[in-house]
Design a protein around this ligand. Structure first.
Ligand code: SF4
Ligand code: SF4
Length: 125
């Protein structure tokens, strides 16, 4: 779940507010956006991915909130790692986004499931 927006890094671009599919992040007229409905967070990392300022930390635990220390998170170097390793923005040359290859895997799994479903139904009758 999303745990941090670091106000000293945030440029108030609004991207995280826009991409969050469940409106966890509230815009603010006077500064960085704020966390509003964290319990709704899907741990999808979209806000991290779109934050070019690397100001957001999403903890990998998708079931419950975890206590985080902002200074430790900054020192860990994990901020922006997902965006970097996904090859977004300035990282496009250095880290090709191989995650998109999963699209082929998902398509093939879908095709296999479509073939298997009628056979499964037949075996159950
Ligand atoms: S995407 Fe990052 S820089 Fe933009 S408003 Fe959200 S936290 Fe701030
Ligand atoms: S991880 Fe996903 S659901 Fe959670 S705040 Fe970020 S964009 Fe929204």
């Amino acid at each position: 779940m999303i745990e941090l927006i670091l106000s000293d890094r945030c440029t108030n671009c609004g991207a995280c507010v826009e991409v969050c599919p469940v409106n966890v992040i509230n815009p603010s007229a006077s500064g960085p956006p704020t966390l509003a409905r964290v319990e709704e967070c899907q741990t999808c990392f979209m806000c991290e991915l779109y934050c070019r300022a690397d100001a957001i930390y999403v903890a990998p635990d998708c079931d419950r909130r975890v206590e985080v220390n902002p200074a430790e998170i900054v020192a860990s170097g994990c901020l922006g790692q997902y965006r970097k390793h996904s090859g977004w923005d300035e990282w496009a040359e250095q880290f090709p986004n191989n995650q998109w290859l999963m699209e082929t895997v998902f398509r093939r799994a879908g095709e296999a499931a479509a073939v298997a479903a009628p056979l499964l139904r037949k075996s159950q009758t």
